[in-house]
Unconditional design. Sequence first.
Length: 141
Amino acid sequence: MLSRASNILIAFGALAVFGGLCFIPAGLGEHGEGSLLGLAAGVCSLGILMIASGFYLKARALTTDAGNAKAREAGNARRRIRGGCDLCGMELPVIQCKAHRLNLCGNCLTQHYDFRSCVYTPSKRLAENKSKAMAAKGRGA
């Protein structure tokens, strides 16, 4: 609903700016009317304000949606994942540091990254956990 209102504001703002630009030639020139030039400036500025308001409403709707998604994700992410990252334990590991023998998720890798001492390989922990789970359920591995 908010997105539709912002689209309407942007459309009417663009029409107002166009209308204001159409009045400018009447205010300029040899026999120009000075009051029309002021009217054109006022209508253009009103149109630009409407466009800016539309973009503000769009951004506001996006941050509200992102805030709701973060709240839902935070509620689900509080549990530690078995076989997860060695530092945070919240996500599945994607890479292993051979020097420190740590399985790291993408977020923890940015904090841990040191090109001078660490050697990284893809993590095997996800594949190992999957095969163990399949064997435990009797589906073979």
